[in-house]
Design a protein around this ligand. Structure first.
Ligand SMILES: Nc1ncnc2c1ncn2[C@@H]1O[C@H](COP(=O)(O)OP(=O)(O)OP(=O)(O)O)[C@@H](O)[C@H]1O
Ligand SMILES: [Mg+2]
Length: 380
């Protein structure tokens, strides 16, 4: 493939576009099918495995003649009406052209507001809008009905994709709000939702507990790791495009070192590539040097993450690093790692789960971030 220096070879920390996107073909197709058939979807994975990138990919794949896609991020929403403002602005701007925004359903909806619209100077490009919706201007039900009204008028389906959806759990009176959303959303015929977020344990508790309003709201999709083979091909292609080389063995070691965690694979590959001159081949030694650089880069963040942990919590992590995964209650393990009483164990688990530092797989506990685990090992 021809080298394109305008494109970055490896990208991490932000959602990736097609050039930096690999694999996930089945998942993209499935999600796209769900969008076109109006199936609500909840997407869950560990951090930085590629949820946002996957949803954006599926959005690019849908048949635009039949389905309109709205993408929004709840990260900055602190209250119910914050959410409604972001929701309504996203629905209005992403389903309408500039001219249309002032017509049809939007006219009535906007009549009670004095929205601030900022147009980009370039024709056909985005515009942003701040609506100023309050309880005095609109009822929640009216705002939540907006996509369905627009879908009916246009004779198309609408999919609303909401990133960082776990934020809803932070709202005051969250359960009432969740009930409200669910009761409106589940009756809509032409509108469906794709809900996902970066805090796995919060997402799981919003959707996986029978007692919660969003229980069984839609199809749960659990992302798995991108397989080594796919990564190796992707890494080799991108090295080649920069006039460099990497053997299958070194590329495989790169992936397995970070347990195929998507973001770290890209970050480590980026560090490794930056150390090569044109026509050079990456060696295992250079890879090890790159791993040290990666650990150095992550050190401030990891230090911050452990700064708030108690000694017991640190000891619990040490026990996991030593190979324990489910036997923390046993006297020998508790004594060896100084974990406190057996009633302390569930508390330690919960505290570390809430910080997203550990993951559960059935009864087994493991450290979610492979680079954090590597860093902790080197601190000893
Ligand atoms: N399909 C993919 N192909 C290649 N790299 C990917 C892919 N998906 C994700 N990545 C890598 O992982 C990084 C994080 O991706 P993304 O932001 O989509 O993950 P996420 O699961 O939404 O993260 P978070 O849990 O923080 O919300 C990207 O910047 C990229 O480096
Ligand atoms: Mg994300």
């Amino acid at each position: 493939m021809k080298e394109d220096l305008g494109k970055r070879s490896f990208v991490f920390g932000v959602a990736v576009d097609d050039y930096n996107f690999t694999d996930r073909e089945e998942e993209s197709k499935q999600l796209c099918r769900n969008f076109e058939m109006g199936v609500n979807t909840i997407l869950v994975s560990q951090r930085r495995w590629g949820k946002t990138s996957l949803v954006k990919k599926a959005c690019r794949m849908v048949d635009a003649g039949r389905v309109m896609v709205v993408f929004m991020d709840m990260f900055a929403c602190k209250s119910e009406y914050d959410f409604y403002n972001v929701f309504a602005a996203a629905v209005l701007t992403q389903t309408a052209s500039r001219r249309e925004l002032w017509m049809d359903s939007a006219r009535d909806f906007l009549a009670r507001l004095m929205p601030k619209v900022s147009f980009s100077p370039e024709p056909n490009s985005d515009f942003s809008i701040s609506l100023g919706i309050t309880p005095a201007t609109h009822k929640p039900e009216e705002i939540l009905a907006l996509p369905e009204t627009i879908a009916q008028q246009k004779g198309k389906r609408i999919v609303v994709c909401i990133d960082e959806f776990q934020q809803i759990g932070e709202f005051t009176d969250s359960i009432t709000i969740q009930k409200r959303l669910r009761s409106v959303w589940q009756h809509q015929q032409l509108t469906s939702y794709c809900l996902f977020g970066s805090k796995k344990h919060l997402m799981t508790s919003l959707f996986g507990l029978r007692s919660k309003p969003f229980y069984q709201f839609g199809q749960m999709m659990y992302l798995s790791k991108i397989p080594v083979d796919a990564w190796v091909g992707y890494i080799q292609d991108h090295f080649r495009e920069r006039g460099c080389h990497i053997t299958t063995e070194v590329a495989t070691e790169l992936c397995t070192t970070v347990e195929q965690q998507s973001s770290y694979v890209q970050q480590l590959a980026s560090i490794l590539l930056s150390q090569l001159m044109p026509d050079e081949t990456a060696t295992s030694e250079l890879l090890h040097l790159s791993i040290s650089t990666l650990l150095d880069t992550c050190t401030p963040l990891f230090k911050q993450q452990i700064s708030s942990l108690t000694s017991y919590q640190m000891n619990f992590l040490a026990a996991i690093l030593a190979g324990h995964s489910s036997d923390f209650g046993e006297n020998a393990v508790r004594n060896e790692f100084n974990l406190g009483s057996s009633s302390n164990i569930p508390r330690l688990k919960t505290a570390l789960l809430e910080r997203d530092l550990i993951e559960l797989d059935g009864r087994d506990v493991f450290i979610s971030d492979p680079v954090f685990a590597m860093w902790l090992r080197r601190q000893k």
